[in-house]
Write a protein that binds this ligand. Structure first.
Ligand code: SAH
Length: 279
């Protein structure tokens, strides 16, 4: 759907959101596109080749990104085909397609990048699932979807772009009683103090604002979302970054991630999965 000027102004409410949308509209990093070409599932999260080594490294990075999304889906609880799900900050749609494939249910994805909406909807067409998996140019803080319509909502590396109290307020409205929210995110460590230099470099690279770990739990509690599982995935994600640092698709942000994640360097950053139930 081509957006009208009025609709764009409603979705992109602040100049910050406009700059985030501009980043994702023009983002063409080989790490996202080349990995997606492996099997047509495009991710923006972490977890023609000149040599077979390079091709095999790219396939392995893609396998790890897909495995990361599987871990997220493993935590959604028992989902059957009649439910409706929301992928908040859906990117090029990789996790949404995997969810539909696994559960057979309808999935809506929202992103503030119109480019991504177009890309993901044409993927849905190619996959023959356009009636079940739909992407919308909408703000996840104000999705316009029906109250109580969702059995599960997830965010795969998108919460660092928004205020968490506002976001979880919207998710609490969308989820039915007993519905599940699953978040995978990087967050900084309250114990080591404030935002480290490496974390600030990550913020700068993605134009985001990484939150401290504590903010997640305060904002969940404030919105009736009660954690059932918290998994520290930091140690598991380090091999992905080590491999990516040596690959042809490295973007230069690998070192700050490794510095921040590794306990022997900083331990200032965690990669967490949080699953919470709507009460
Ligand atoms: N979840 C996807 C994409 C992660 S990249 C994946 O795992 O592949 C971050 C995404 O958050 C981008 O798609 C960006 O457009 C989206 N985003 C950032 N702020 C947003 C907002 N306020 N509302 C909706 N989407 C937002």
């Amino acid at each position: 759907m081509a957006s009208t000027i009025g609709h764009t102004a409603k979705v992109l409410r602040t100049s910050y959101q406009k700059s985030v949308a501009a980043y994702w509209d023009s983002e063409q990093a080989p790490v996202n596109l080349r990995l997606g070409e492996v099997d047509g599932l495009y991710h923006h999260h972490y977890g023609g080749p000149e040599s077979t080594r390079d091709r095999r490294v790219i396939e392995e990075l893609h396998r790890l990104e897909t495995a990361q999304a599987e871990v997220l889906l493993d935590h959604l609880g028992s989902i059957t085909a009649q439910y409706q799900l929301l992928d908040a900050g859906s990117g090029r749609g990789g996790t949404s397609f995997m969810a539909h494939q696994r559960f057979g249910c309808a999935v809506d994805g929202v992103t503030i990048s119109e480019h991504q909406v177009g890309f993901a909807n044409s993927q849905a067409g190619e996959r023959g699932v356009a009636d079940q998996v739909r992407f919308h140019f909408r703000n996840m803080l104000d999705t316009g979807l029906d109250t109580g319509s969702r059995r599960a909502v997830w965010t795969n590396e998108t919460t660092m772009y928004v205020d968490l109290t506002e976001l979880f307020g919207e998710f609490s409205r969308l989820l039915e009683y007993g519905g599940r929210y699953v978040c995978i995110t990087g967050c900084y460590n309250d114990i080591t103090g404030g935002r480290s230099k490496a974390v600030s470099r990550i913020d700068e690279h993605y134009t985001c604002n990484i939150h401290p770990r504590s903010t997640y739990f305060k904002a969940l509690a404030a919105n009736g979302l009660v954690p059932i599982n918290v998994v520290d995935l930091t140690a598991q994600t380090i091999p992905y970054w080590e491999l990516r640092a040596q690959s042809s698709v490295a973007t230069g942000i690998e070192d700050p991630f490794l510095t921040a994640y590794t306990a022997y360097k900083e331990g200032s950053f965690h990669y967490l999965l949080i699953a919470a139930d709507r009460t």
